[in-house]
Design a protein around this ligand. Structure first.
Ligand SMILES: Cc1cc2nc3c(=O)[nH]c(=O)nc-3n(C[C@H](O)[C@H](O)[C@H](O)COP(=O)(O)OP(=O)(O)OC[C@H]3O[C@@H](n4cnc5c(N)ncnc54)[C@H](O)[C@@H]3O)c2cc1C
Length: 443
């Protein structure tokens, strides 16, 4: 074996695996190093893989026992106050079309499945014996020579390559090591995600959530769920379980949590809401996990996404958008992984791995929906920081819901009067108008 690779990928999450699959199909010789026992072993995600890009990597993936749990057919956004739940609900057969536009996944399964696809692609490539996925190995250092990355160090061993794709995820130590990101990222740009998997009898799950075949539900929650902390809750249906959890802003957590009130208490609080309890009745908690996640604030992006011999893909570059409609971290990881690998293949054809060639990656990303959306929806990211969004708005919405849907033996006020009453109880008309305009502009 020639001991130099065309490319080394650090991290076998979605970004790293998407890059690897693309490299294998471009007949490149590469090494992917993953610190977990297998791809997915260290990953936490809610999670929905949005978009249909997977079908480009694995055509007709839905025809096999693929790594996904269910496709998204039913979406719901729920405002919670102490007593009530007011939902915007959308279910459509247009979601039944393949390739699906959203897949509910469990990462330990999905990433492992995708890694299997990489192995298949390696076997069919020009380097079946010389490209590898190596698991259970932690990359300590990116080896730099004269300001250029030339390989990686893991313990005592060194591996060399023309270029390194760093796809290490949100705890981006190597990204910082190569100088692309400052050590300090303000807590306001970061969140903590906590998640439980609650298992059910599959028939019970399908009846309770009206799931047909492989179809699934995504439900996001605002208000009571985060108990005064900036953030929200989610519930996604898997095959025979639900993923339920919270994504909470780190700075707001520091300000609102104490010795006596931990993240787990907020999750218990969320689960204690009667509407949520109804959904979880009879289920058994089988897994609990927590992980840092970016908020989608573009100020958290590294100063650049490439340097000599290095490209950053996925959340190692904080590529994630939480616009309120969805968290998009996995599809951004997939897209950026593919584009990084395509850039590497072009650099190889040119025989130049300097930043002068690798800057093409930035251009590709800028031209893609990833950077376009990330820029266009920054006001939505800021909008989600509005204190009213997770405090007064859910209360106003539910106050109104209670009046509107209650029929009693009393004279019924007209709807605008109900709305005015609900607003005046929990906020002010001026505040709600300002928020409404901000929301309409940002989305
Ligand atoms: C609770 C929660 C809910 C979420 N929900 C969603 C959702 O619904 N939809 C969505 O799109 N996104 C969601 N996200 C975000 C999403 O999970 C991430 O954006 C996505 O996983 C990023 O993929 P990645 O490949 O860049 O990084 P990761 O998936 O983090 O993969 C990085 C990999 O690199 C490995 N690694 C790290 N350092 C090293 C090293 N030094 N050496 C070797 N290996 C290393 C890790 O073990 C890991 O496997 C959620 C996140 C959380 C925490």
């Amino acid at each position: 074996m020639d001991d130099k690779f065309d490319c080394i990928i650090v991290g076998g999450g979605i970004a790293g695996l998407s890059a690897a699959l693309t490299l294998a199909r471009s007949n490149m010789k590469f090494l992917l190093v993953e610190r977990g026992e297998f791809s997915g072993a260290k990953n936490v995600s809610g999670g929905v893989l949005w978009g249909s890009r997977l079908a480009d990597l694995v055509p007709d993936y839905w025809q096999e026992e693929a790594g996904f749990e269910r496709y998204v057919r039913h979406r719901r956004l729920t405002f919670l106050d102490d007593q009530s739940a007011f939902s915007i609900d959308f279910k459509s057969d247009h979601f039944n079309e393949q390739p699906y536009k959203g897949l509910i996944v469990l990462r330990s399964k999905f990433d492992n499945w995708l890694a299997g696809k990489v192995e298949e692609a390696i076997a069919e490539s020009s380097y079946p014996e010389d490209s590898f996925i190596a698991t259970n190995i932690l990359v300590d250092t990116i080896i730099m020579e004269s300001g250029r990355a030339v390989g990686i160090r893991t313990g005592e061993e060194e591996f060399h390559a023309d270029v390194v794709i760093i796809a290490e995820g949100v705890n981006n130590l190597l990204t910082r090591q190569v100088g692309l990101q400052d050590n300090y990222v303000p807590a306001d740009y970061m969140a903590t995600g906590v998640k439980e998997i609650i298992r059910f009898d599959q028939n019970v799950l399908e009846d309770r959530f009206q799931l047909d075949g492989n179809s699934g539900l995504t439900n996001e929650f605002i208000g009571f769920a985060s108990d005064g902390v900036e953030g929200g809750g989610f519930l996604y249906t898997n095959k025979d379980s639900v993923s339920i959890g919270l994504v909470l802003n780190l700075k707001s957590m520091r300000e609102n949590l104490s010795q006596d009130r931990k993240v787990y208490d907020i999750l218990s609080h969320f689960k204690s809401h009667s509407a949520v309890k109804d959904m979880l009745r009879g289920g058994e908690v089988v897994e609990y996990s927590a992980h840092v996640v970016s908020t989608g604030d573009q100020r958290a992006l590294p100063r650049e996404l490439y340097t000599d011999g290095v490209l950053l893909a996925g959340e190692s570059a904080n590529l994630l958008l939480n616009s309120g409609k969805a968290i998009q971290g996995m599809d951004y990881a997939m897209e950026s992984g593919i584009l990084a690998a395509e850039t590497v293949a072009e650099a190889k054809a040119k025989g130049d791995f300097s930043k002068n060639t690798l800057k093409e990656y930035r251009k590709k990303l800028d031209d893609s929906y990833v950077m376009k959306d990330l820029r266009n929806f920054q006001s939505a990211v800021q909008f989600l920081h509005s204190h009213e969004m997770f405090t007064s708005v859910p209360k106003v919405v539910n106050e109104f819901g209670r009046s509107f849907f209650t029929v009693d033996n009393k004279p019924t006020p007209k709807t605008p009067a109900m709305l005015k009453d609900a607003v005046s109880k929990h906020s002010s008309l001026w505040n709600m108008i300002k928020l409404g305009i901000k929301g309409a502009r940002s989305l």
